[in-house]
Design a protein around this ligand. Structure first.
Ligand SMILES: [Zn+2]
Length: 108
């Protein structure tokens, strides 16, 4: 395995982003390249109609403060949550799920 840097994962809540900013600062102080960040729970997908609603009111300040690239967004989704709680990542438990596209599109 070759280590090339860190990917920061955060949710769009202010407390989570404050912790993630500390993570970015720690990696930069220790000369670990920060490849970018992933915004978890970035949106909500309605289980009835499939409409996506963005949840990112304070997000822009995170991107500006850390000057890191957004690598991907993962929606808040009950299927992802249930699969994770069961110890089966959705990419394994339901690889054809439309939510998997959100998870993998930036990492292919
Ligand atoms: Zn709906």
């Amino acid at each position: 395995m070759i280590f090339i840097g860190a990917v920061i994962i955060t949710t769009p809540q202010q407390v989570a982003m404050q912790d993630a900013i500390k993570g970015v600062e720690m990696f930069r102080k220790t000369n670990v390249p920060v490849i970018g960040h992933v915004l978890n729970m970035a949106s909500y997908i309605c289980s009835s109609c499939g409409a996506e609603s963005k949840i990112r009111s304070k997000y822009q300040s995170f991107a500006e403060k850390t000057n890191t690239e957004l690598l991907g967004e993962i929606p808040f989704d009950i299927e992802i949550s249930d699969a994770s709680d069961d110890g089966r990542p959705i990419v394994i438990s339901n690889p054809d799920s439309p939510q998997v596209c959100f998870v993998t599109v930036y990492f292919d």
